[in-house]
Design a protein around this ligand. Structure first.
Ligand SMILES: N[C@@H](CCC(=O)N[C@@H](CS)C(=O)NCC(=O)O)C(=O)O
Length: 256
């Protein structure tokens, strides 16, 4: 019998693409060791470990080193084809790959910026995102000393107020795009496909933010995300300026 693959996944607590990779490993039933890294500091660690890039998720599997949620999804499908993350039918596969690309290139960054802007205003919720993580230092200490890390991460991700306000204004159309793909059968597969995981991870992170959750959770996009990724640690109480949330509130009342 073939040996099970040996895998180590490098993550940052609260990282949505890292959660997509975690769920893909779980769905494939590939046992893996998880290594939790502190944001920003993660860059040096991954560089020292000679991964192709210095972001999470990064995966070492069967001696190969990969960085990136999409690269990891493809490699896992190659190593363990079932359950498939990409449909066998070429047209369906193209549609799933397009939705996955959109989730990666369009949705992922705004959600990341919104979270860093939220944590910049109040970093108390950091502890909840680190639930279950082993950071090598007591979580309380990590959170207490995380001020410079949060500031650096917000800066490196351009989570400035005007950018984040525009991100929030763009979210209703993005949620509609996800609902449309669900209606068309591109998203919402059971078990989830690679695009479901990519998009659900961003939506689940967004739903940890109380300011965003009510606009997402009841609609098809939110329900798909909850099915694809049932658990996503983290909880940030309301902290964003109410005027920034008006576009989302408008969608919420329109879909209620
Ligand atoms: N687009 C990449 C994610 C790249 C990324 O920005 N990852 C973040 C965590 S969500 C990271 O590694 N941040 C640490 C840093 O940039 O210092 C993917 O889907 O794999």
């Amino acid at each position: 019998m073939a040996e099970p693959p040996t895998a180590t996944l490098y993550v940052i607590p609260g990282s949505h693409p890292a959660m997509a990779a975690r769920r893909a490993l779980e769905l494939k039933e590939i046992p893996y060791k998880r290594v939790d890294l502190m944001p920003v500091i993660s860059r040096g660690a991954l560089r020292a470990l000679r991964f192709p890039s210095n972001t999470v998720p990064s995966l070492k599997i069967d001696g190969r080193k990969l960085t990136g949620s999409r690269e990891i999804a493809r490699e896992l499908d190659r190593i363990r084809p079932e359950p498939a993350l990409y449909p066998a039918d070429p047209d369906q596969r193209a549609a799933v790959e397009e939705a996955e690309r959109w989730g990666h290139e369009v949705l992922q960054a705004p959600v990341r910026r919104i979270l860093w802007n939220t944590l910049k205003r109040d970093r108390t919720p950091l502890r909840s995102y680190a639930e279950g993580a082993k950071l090598g230092v007591p979580i309380g200490l990590a959170v207490k000393t995380a001020g410079p890390i949060v500031a650096a991460a917000a800066r490196m991700n351009s989570a400035d107020d005007e950018v984040v306000r525009a991100d929030l204004a763009g979210l209703p159309a993005q949620l509609q795009q996800v609902d449309d793909w669900i209606a068309d059968g591109v998203l919402g597969a059971d078990p989830p496909n690679a695009a479901d995981l990519q998009i659900a991870a961003s939506l689940r992170l967004a739903m940890t933010v109380d300011d965003l959750r009510p606009a997402i959770e009841e609609r098809p996009a939110g329900q798909m995300a909850l099915r694809a990724i049932p658990d996503f640690p983290g909880h940030a109480p309301p902290v964003l300026p109410p005027a920034w949330l008006e576009p989302l509130r408008a969608t919420q009342s329109a879909t209620a």
